[in-house]
Design a protein around this ligand. Structure first.
Ligand code: SAM
Length: 256
């Protein structure tokens, strides 16, 4: 009477408790890491069974990698409100480019930044890298439509930006790096493509601020970003604070 063995509702209660815990973990953003749910796939990346629905379940230096924004959402990148929230013109002016510079816009999307940079480097060029051919088709179309000749679309892979060695003065990543499925390999490729003393500029929504209404995995803390850039040998130079919601972080490849 009243023991575990002869109480038929006992297993049901356990199932309900487990379901409630799993639901809670999912809704609370999975921040609790269960040792049994972690698979040490290699020393660089870890995979976790319990993770954010916005991420791919793969972690790099403690950060879950976000899902890639698909090309069907390309119009989102061209939304007029970006002029206010992301101030693209101020961003490109802050890059302090020379007319002859070669700039790699990695994760270029529709070329939102590539086409704002191209007039500033009339004797140089923009290498607009993306892994989605559909994004590059949009860049190609806009380039022809607007008679622009110094933006070169480049199809990268998830591990390699496919850029020539020591050819780039500045590599820019706006709202893109957090989506790289192989951030270490991508950054190693980017560093290889930089001239000695070349720059990396990373623009990411500030994850420190919970009031910025962007999904958590699509934001980065400055601490995390600096740690990940340091891991590939880049030196942090400065973080510019003029943007309303994003960090603009500047790194440099050592001069040798
Ligand atoms: C959110 S969009 C940002 C696009 C653009 N930078 C902008 O600010 O409008 C991120 C882009 O990064 C691209 N991407 C994701 N992983 C990549 C990788 N490993 N190499 C190059 N591009 C990548 C995606 O295909 C997508 O077009």
């Amino acid at each position: 009477m009243g023991t575990k063995e002869n109480n038929p509702s006992f297993p049901l209660r356990i199932v309900v408790v487990i379901v409630v815990i799993l639901l809670w973990l999912t809704l609370s953003g999975w921040r609790i890491q269960l040792p049994s749910a972690v698979a040490e796939t290699d020393t660089v990346y870890q995979e976790r069974v319990i993770h954010s629905s916005d991420g791919i379940g793969k972690f790099y230096m403690g950060r879950e990698i976000a899902k890639v924004m698909g090309h069907t959402e390309a119009l989102w990148l061209e939304r007029p409100s970006r002029e206010v929230t992301e101030q693209p013109q101020q961003v490109v002016e802050a890059l302090d480019l020379k007319p002859t510079d070669v700039v790699a816009d990695i994760g270029a999307g529709t070329g939102y930044f590539s086409f704002r940079i191209s007039p500033l480097i009339p004797e140089g060029k923009v290498l607009a890298v993306d892994i989605q051919p559909e994004m590059l088709d949009i860049i190609d179309f806009l380039e022809k439509e607007n008679n622009i000749t110094n933006v070169e679309p480049i199809l990268g892979s998830i591990t390699d930006p496919n850029l020539p060695k020591e050819s780039v003065d500045l590599a820019l990543m706006v709202d893109a790096y957090h989506e790289f499925e192989y951030p270490k390999e991508m950054m190693e490729g980017i560093v290889r493509s930089l001239k000695p003393g070349g720059y990396v500029v990373l623009v990411e929504y500030r994850r420190e601020n919970p009031l910025i209404l962007i999904k958590a995995l699509h934001k980065m803390t400055q601490k995390q970003a600096r740690q990940e850039m340091k891991a590939v040998g880049l030196q942090w130079l400065e973080t510019k604070h003029f943007l309303p919601e994003q960090h603009l972080m500047v790194f440099q490849k050592p001069k040798n």
